[in-house]
Design a binder for this molecule. Sequence first.
Ligand SMILES: [Zn+2]
Length: 269
Amino acid sequence: MPEGNEIHRFAERHAAALAGKRLHVDSPNGGFPDASLLNGRTLKLVEAYGKHLGYVFGKDLIVHVHLGMYGDFWEGKMPLPPEKGALRLRMWTRTDWVELRGATDCSIFDSEKWAALLARLGADPLREDADPEPAFATIRKRKTAIGLLLMDQRIFAGIGNIFRAELLYRARISPMRPGQEVSLAELRSIWKDACKLMPAAMEDRRIVTTRPKDRPHSRGTVPSETVSDEEVHYVYRRHNKPCLVCGATIKRQEMGGRTVYWCPECQKA
Ligand SMILES: [Zn+2]
C-alpha cells in the first residue's frame, strides 16, 4: 500500500499536469459514475492528507481518492493510451493524462464530507500545517502497542507499514512497547525523524531509512538511488537476516493485520 510520501507525490505531479485546466473526465469501466459531472470543468487544486487525495473542482465537487492496497495511478503525455484493465477514472488535457485503477474509493465529496474526513485524520508529517501535539497526548494515554498506534491514521496520517517499522527501529523502540511507556522526548524524535524521512522518500520515489555508516557497502554519503535494495531498510522485510547494526536476527510478527519487523536486540521490549 502506498504510504504518505507516494500520495503527496501524486498530488504534486497531478497538480502540475492538470490544475488550472479544463479537463476531460470519464470512467471507462463505469466504476466512477459521477465522472460526467466533472467533464469540461476546471481542476482547481489537488490536496493530499495522509493517504487521501482530494481533486478540488469546486467547493462541493471534490473527488476523493483512497488507493488502498490495490489502487494505482498511471500518467503520461497525450495521446491517451488504449483503454485497458479496470480503468475507473481518466482525466486529461491537450497535453497530459492521468489514469486510476482499482482504488478503495473514488467518489465525490462535498465540502462538509471532506472536512469531516480531515477532522478524523491525525497529524501528517508531510503537511506544513501539521500539529503533532494531540497525537503525542493520545499515545501517552494508551496501553496499546506503539506499533499499532503509529499506523492508526486517526493519530498520524500517512505512516504505513514501512515507516512504522523503520521509525521504531531508528528510535530503538520495540513495536510492542505500550504507548504510555514511550516518553514525550521519544515521540518528538520519532516525529522529527518522520518529517525528515518522508519528504526525502517523496523526492527519491523510494523509502531509504538506513544511514550510510550502517550499510555494509557504504562508501560514505551516496545518493539514495545507488543504495542496493538489500540495504535500504533496517528491519522492513529483513526477517531472518542479521541486523545491520548488531547482527541479531530480525524478527517479524502479525500486528493489526499487517506484519511488523524489528530487531530484538536494538529494540528490546
Ligand atoms: Zn540490532
